[in-house]
Ligand binder design. Sequence first.
Ligand SMILES: [Mg+2]
Length: 183
Amino acid sequence: MRRRARPILGVDIDNVLAQSDACLRAMFRELYGIMLDEHQMTRYDYMTYGVTEEQLVRVFQLFNTEVCRTLRVVPGAKAALVRLARCYEIALVTSRNPESKAGTEYWLRAKGLPYDQLHFNDDKHALGIPYHAFIEDRHEHAHLIAETGATVYLLTRPWNAAPLAHPNVLRVETWDEILDHLL
Ligand SMILES: [Mg+2]
């Protein structure tokens, strides 16, 4: 009974739980010699930085089917999620292509990251899930989710530096800061 009453905490995966951007930039470097620095990534769109559509499709296909099994966990994310899972129903909501489902589930299990629901959908705000709060790194997603009434914690990344434009979106630097808000 008590567990069913937990409020729902939405959590993104890439660049919130998993160090995906670092891995993707390493793939562009190794496969195509394209050198991208994290700090230049003021847009989360690799094609802005010289990656062709064909290269992007190939890299994401490899990422989704194989490489996503090997990602590093964002510092502090695991300990925080374990604590939050005692108080919240954890709904992982990712824009990843569903072809990554097996690899994503493998990685979550391998890293010991607890969750109750897992959704592959780019329209995170439109799934009818009554989020109490959401943890996200994409500026546009954060603002769409904030419109549903949830509080959104936006983990600072180079690509989300634009000013915040909704009172429900709060900028945070670390998972520890998120725990201060949610526990
Ligand atoms: Mg993300």
